[in-house]
Design a protein around this ligand. Structure first.
Ligand code: AMP
Length: 249
């Protein structure tokens, strides 16, 4: 069984994001970029399925500029077998990525497409759902446990009221939630080995896909600054403030 894993290069989660002066977006100049954390979980899950003898090959794909090769090399160091870069400098919105994933799935014929539930830069939480819809495959989003046996995937999903268990026929799309697993660190020998693993660069322009943005960003602004807290003398003063100033009780 072949597994395809989608990984996105995003601003590292430790970076304090700055908005550009013209409010057109986030400043990416000299900013540390890393693999989207939910995608690390997706790779880890695929590699565990391979180690368990359930998967035979783990292929990773990233869509974006040349620098995404770094992200793909990290995925290869975690244990993926080969990588595909769908290369473009154009802005890619979730629908465009979903179309690219569909094209790659049609070519590669994986039994599972595992991806993050959301990218921490745009927080869209759309790409997996759109890819499943375009492919006509069943989907299990927010997976916290995945079992694959007899041509079927069983997924425990985190929903508002608790946990839901669903069965999907393969091929299917699974998106990862935080508690699915704890991703391993890539070891130095594996980072060295990853440099030799195949990485195929395919220009998006040659795929015949319309990746034009469907949404226009009007402006991006910083959240309002938080004002400092104060100390109140006693409970009566606190209650008075909550009632008269915050007007929450
Ligand atoms: P989003 O819908 O943007 O929140 O992203 C959800 C998931 O889709 C991510 O965790 C990735 O697995 C995948 N994804 C989004 N954008 C890309 C991209 N440019 N390249 C590869 N995978 C992506």
């Amino acid at each position: 069984m072949k597994i395809l894993v989608a990984v996105k290069r995003v601003v590292d989660f430790n970076v304090k994001v700055r908005v550009k002066a013209d409010q057109s977006g986030v400043d990416l100049a000299n900013v540390k970029m890393s693999m989207n954390p939910f995608d690390e979980i997706a790779i880890e899950e695929a590699v565990r399925l391979k180690e368990a003898g359930i998967a035979t090959e783990v292929v990773v794909i990233s869509a974006g500029p040349t620098q995404c090769q770094e992200t793909l090399r990290t995925a290869l160091a975690i244990g993926a077998d080969r990588a595909i870069l769908a290369e473009t400098d154009a802005e890619l919105q979730p629908l465009a990525v979903a179309k690219i994933l569909k094209a790659v799935c049609e070519k590669e014929q994986p039994q599972l497409l595992i991806m993050g539930k959301q990218a921490i830069d745009d927080d869209s939480n759309q790409t997996g759902q759109m890819a499943a819809a375009l492919l006509g495959w069943p989907q299990a989003t927010f997976a916290s446990k995945l079992t694959v046996a007899n041509g079927e995937a069983t997924v425990i999903r985190e929903v508002d009221g608790g946990l839901e268990t669903i069965a999907l026929t393969l091929p299917a799309v699974v998106t990862t939630d935080l508690r699915l697993n704890e991703p391993r660190y890539a070891t130095l020998p594996n980072i060295m080995k990853a440099k030799k693993k195949p990485l195929d660069v395919q220009p998006v322009a040659a795929m015949g896909i319309d990746v034009a943005p469907r949404l226009k960003t009007l402006k991006v602004t910083e959240p309002p600054k938080r004002s400092g807290g104060i100390k109140v003398a006693d409970v009566a003063a606190l209650v008075a403030k909550l009632k008269n100033e915050a007007k929450v009780i």
